[in-house]
Every structure is written in structure tokens, then in C-alpha cells.
Ligand binder design. Sequence first.
Ligand code: SF4
Length: 353
Amino acid sequence: MSLSPANCRRRLLSWYDKERRDLPWRAPPGRDADPYKVWLSEIMLQQTTVATVIPYFAAFTGRWPRVEALAAADLDDVLHLWQGLGYYARARNLHACAQVVARDHGGRFPDTEEALLRLPGIGVYTAAAIAAIAFGRKATPVDGNVVRVAARLFEVDRPLPGARPEIQRLAGQLTPDRRAGDFAQAMMDLGATVCAPRRPRCGDCPLNAECAGYASGHPESYPVRASKKQKPTRYGVVFWAERADGSVLLRRRPETGLLGGMMEFPSTEWRLGSWTPEEAMASAPVDARWRRLRGDVRHTFTHFHLEMQVLAGRTSKSAAGSGIWCAPERLGEHALPTLMKKIAKHARGGYSS
Ligand code: SF4
């Protein structure tokens, strides 16, 4: 079966005109989108869902309605408001990008993929999304939804991730010269609402007459995926160091890498093998009588599981340690990643038991 790009464009755009999702960062039909809102939403939407992003988007735009305001914000405030969206490097890049746009571009986002790609935190997908949606450029942003729709439309047999360049090329063949932004959003909406991962509603789909996956009788088997590798488990020991005045020791993680620049409770490195108490003691941040709390804290990152033993210890009121001492009830004022919140909850429960 051969697909007609012209038919797909016409059918999908007319479906979008009736069925488009009303999202807070989208311009009303026929109006220009605000590049700041498009950029902010696209950065927030990486790795998470529309429903999760909506309140964060409202909080950010309420507090920093323009890119210049975000550029002038304190990084800790940005990280703090970002808590719960994960992948904190994105929040740091968000702030850095706002500063570059405000300082070097007079507060206006560049309008081509090439120039957007030079900004911090903007990769191939995001550059294409902003260029198409905010500026109407002929560009093809391919996110997970678009991968699924295109893999089904063209019945791509090769498994992901190897098939990704082919899917990008095929999706690009569909992109129209005019209304490229609406078309990109239509593909995203179709993937989010009709061409669902498990049970695509092909009967309601404007593209069913063109879709090779539908014609195959088993559209849900596309995109084909390579068998999953198991995530490794890493192990660490974290120190809940409490001073006589009740405050606990926090330190800042290195600027680069996982959870870059976030606050944490001191710990050993997170390695593939477990730790003996003697080994862990070499990383203790202060002198204290350490005791292991019952139960470990488990957390899963994108590429590995983590199991943390928690050692709690009380130390003298004057103990220094490298970092800052913080009253437990004020931990919420710091940019703590979810893992550290779990550890705090666990440790505070441990003390009270
Ligand atoms: S016909 Fe079915 S499989 Fe094909 S694009 Fe539409 S919903 Fe997806």
C-alpha cells in the first residue's frame, strides 16, 4: 500500500482544526504562538506528560512571564520550582538558555533550527519543535508520539532505536510547506489521543485510509522494539548527620552529571557492588557514632536502580563538615531531588522509631 503525503497533510490538518487539544502554551487558532511559551513547554515536556507539565508551566509563567524575567531569576529559585519534574540538568540549561536569549538576542528567540541548536539545552527535537510551532518553519520534530504514528503509517519493520533515522526521514516527507507548526502539533495530538501505544483507535483516525500499519491488521506491534536490557543496580551509603541542635548536613552535588548542582545528603559514591561498613566510613562527612537505620531506600533513575543504606549519627553542636546545616523542617527550602526527599523521610522516621 502506498501512502499519499498530500492526503495525509490535508486529512490531518482538517482533523486538527476540529480536534486539537487546548493546551496553555498553544496560541488560539490563526494566532502566532509565543516562542517563550513554546520553548518552556517543550523543555518541560521532555520525558514527562502533558498532565504533569500543566501546573509547572502555570507556576513558571506566573512567576516569570517573559524570558528576561526568567534570565534574571536566581538559579536556586528555578531549581526549586522545577522540583518533581526530574532531570535537573534541564532546569539548569533552561536558566542558562534564558540568559543567553536575554543577553545575546535581545530577548527574542532565534527563528531557525540551526540558530536554536546553538542555545543551551536545545537539541535536535526541541529546535525543530520551536522552529515549526513558534515560527512556522518547515521542520519536523519527532517525539515519542510521532515515532509511533510514523512507524505505523509506514509499517517500519526495523526495531528501535536503529530505526530512528528512517522514521525521522519518513516523518519529514509528510511535513507541509505551510502550517508546519500545526502539522507537527497534529501529529503529536494524534499520537497522544488516537494512535495510542496499546489500543490505537484506528476507526476514529483521519489517516486510516493511508495507514500501512492499520492495513496490516496489527498496528499496535509498531514501532518494533529491540528486547530490553535489564537496568543495573548500584549501591551507596548515605549519611544522615544530625547536630545537637537538630540540624542535618547537606552539600551541593557537582555542577555537571546526574542531579548536577542539586542539594544532597553526603554519601559514598554509587557503585555496582555493595559496601561494607568499614569501606563506607571513609566517606563519612563528620565524626559521629553511626548506626544503620532499618530498611534501605530504593530509587530508579533512567539508566540504573539505586539502593541506599542510611547511616544516622549525632555529632557535636559545633561540628563543621563540608556543606550547610539545615533544620529538617526547612529542607523544603532547598532544591532536593526526589531521592533525597525519600532519604529524609526514611531517616526522620528512623529517628522517631
Ligand atoms: S490508522 Fe491506527 S495505526 Fe494508523 S495512524 Fe491511525 S490510529 Fe495509528
